[in-house]
Design a protein. Structure first.
Length: 224
């Protein structure tokens, strides 16, 4: 019998290898870190440990808990140099060290020094990642985030497609192999079982102030 061909998602060959190991994907974002002292960090870690035991786990690659974060706004990725994903203030062939210096300068005095509160909305594997969708927990946080996102776009010239409908989230895993119908059903059943746990336990995350980070790949995010 002919062996069934494995079909890989678009993240293979870009952010990850076929075996789930991480590839170079240098870039920069503004994020809020989920830290080990937060109960939500422990909840997401428990979720991952259970996920790894499931028969469909081989279709995914887990993100290390040290990388848990919520992106406030994406900036630039060195290997995604297309006009719609680039800064209107920089040529497409700008060298990466120059980009980092420019971004640092543009945002030096713009990062808000206030905490951001978010609450749980939904668990999903939509758009190639397994994630916890979240939303601002109050008007103050919503206003702060929206205002800062627009200020950042004006400063950096980086406005991505889908900016207006961007869904805030904390990613826990990436899909690297397309799921069969049976696997998709199993994943959805698993997420539904954990949805109840997240609704009960997630509560409200009080993130520290957003931070500009430069990352070499999807496992490492460092403040500069």
């Amino acid at each position: 019998m002919k062996e069934k061909r494995i079909k890989y998602t678009a993240t293979v060959g870009s952010k990850f290898n076929k075996d789930g190991s991480v590839r170079a994907w240098p870039g920069m974002s503004i994020i809020c870190f989920l830290t080990p002292d937060m109960p939500q960090y422990k909840l997401l870690t428990r979720f991952q440990e259970d996920f790894k035991l499931q028969p469909f786990a081989g279709c995914f690659t887990m993100l290390p808990p040290k990388s848990f974060h919520m992106t406030i706004i994406d900036l630039l990725c060195n290997l995604a140099r297309t006009p719609e994903h680039w800064s209107s203030k920089l040529p497409l062939d700008t060298e990466y060290p120059v980009i980092k210096k420019k971004i640092n300068g543009w945002l030096k005095d713009l990062l808000p020094q206030k905490n951001i509160r978010v609450k749980f909305e939904n668990l999903t594997d939509y758009n190639v990642t397994v994630k916890s969708l979240v939303k601002p927990a109050d008007i103050k946080s919503k206003t702060l985030i929206n205002k800062f996102r627009e200020t950042t776009i004006l400063a950096t010239g980086a406005r991505h497609p889908g900016h207006k409908i961007y869904a805030f989230h904390i990613s826990m895993a990436y899909i690297i192999r397309f799921l069969s119908a049976d696997e998709e059903k199993s994943v959805n059943d698993f997420l539904r079982s954990w949805q109840e746990i997240f609704v009960r336990e997630f509560g409200i995350v009080e993130f520290g102030p957003p931070q500009l980070v430069f990352f070499p790949n999807m496992h490492q995010f460092s403040v500069k």
